[in-house]
Design a protein around this ligand. Structure first.
Ligand SMILES: [Zn+2]
Length: 294
């Protein structure tokens, strides 16, 4: 056996991933002005909101919550949420130094005014029925526990029932560790559910936003018939800092960003948030025409 494999190398990491200036980027400012973390432009908050939270100078996409995203995509008044009442239990009675899981869930509910890290709904996009599942990073980092998995599963069943395309918009730090193996099981559950949609010959459009990582990337988010990403979104399994520390190698510029993934075949389309509705319409024209032709 080559014992060198197990010797820890002496060199240390010297590189730092760029884009690190983003760390404060998604903090919403109470002031009327906000600084773009990418180009440093000073933007009037109201202008930013009117531009779907995209910087007009450099097209940096600020993080938005699930409700803002839904209102930017669906026809006015067409949104009907289902399974809104589903909420996490605490199967493992998990607690750590920062407190109990159940307290974290209660705080997240208060902070976001919603019950879980995903909203599922039936809605219309340009007058066409769709089933929509939108994750919310502000609820425990958009982590996937049993409820997120179940709501995605139910969304698939609903899409099949009404013969509509399914859109899942991901924003997630990965599986919810507080639910242990039960959260990891959701990766298999959601992936298996999507095969039902495939059997029903209905399209699944996966939209990745900043960040989409961990167990969500390793399951349903990368199983779209078409995988779309917002520009410069961080998409990966382990984060770049963890990989650098593990393999002791400097990662290339832009590693795990949407553009890098598209270049390497993991993402099909990079789409500006302001063009997303029109792109979805084009895709549905194509897929649903195919469906009618079969
Ligand atoms: Zn900018």
């Amino acid at each position: 056996m080559n014992k060198k494999w197990f010797i820890k190398p002496k060199y240390t990491i010297t590189s730092k991933i760029k884009y690190s200036d983003e760390k404060n980027a998604d903090v919403k400012s109470d002031s009327q002005w906000i600084k773009c973390p990418l180009c440093s432009a000073i933007i009037y908050n109201e202008d930013l909101k009117n531009n779907q939270m995209v910087c007009d100078s450099c097209a940096y996409h600020f993080r938005i919550d699930s409700r803002e995203r839904i209102s930017s995509l669906v026809d006015e008044g067409s949104f009907n949420e289902f399974n809104e009442e589903l909420s996490s239990g605490d199967p493992l009675e998990f607690t750590d130094a920062s407190g109990t899981y159940i307290d974290k869930v209660i705080n997240a509910k208060k902070k976001t005014s919603r019950n879980e890290a995903i909203i599922t709904a039936v809605a219309k996009i340009n007058n066409r029925d769709v089933v929509l599942a939108v994750m919310d990073f502000s609820f425990l980092g958009g982590s996937m526990g049993s409820v997120v998995g179940e709501k995605i599963y139910q969304s698939v069943l609903h899409a099949i029932e009404i013969k509509a395309p399914l859109i899942i918009i991901s924003a997630s730090g990965g599986a919810r560790m507080h639910e242990g193996i039960l959260s990891l099981m959701q990766m298999a559950k959601t992936s298996a559910a999507l095969t039902l949609l495939s059997d029903a010959k209905l399209p699944f459009i996966s939209i990745l936003t900043n960040p989409t990582t961990g167990g969500v990337t390793a399951s349903f988010a990368m199983l779209g018939d078409v995988i779309i990403s917002e520009p410069k979104a961080l998409i990966g399994f382990a984060g770049p800092r963890v990989i650098e520390q593990t393999i002791k190698t400097k990662l290339p510029e832009g590693f795990q960003r949407a553009e890098f993934l598209k270049q390497h075949g993991f993402v099909d389309i990079i789409c500006d948030r302001r063009e997303m509705k029109s792109l979805l319409d084009t895709l549905f024209d194509f897929f649903m025409e195919e469906e009618r032709a079969l």
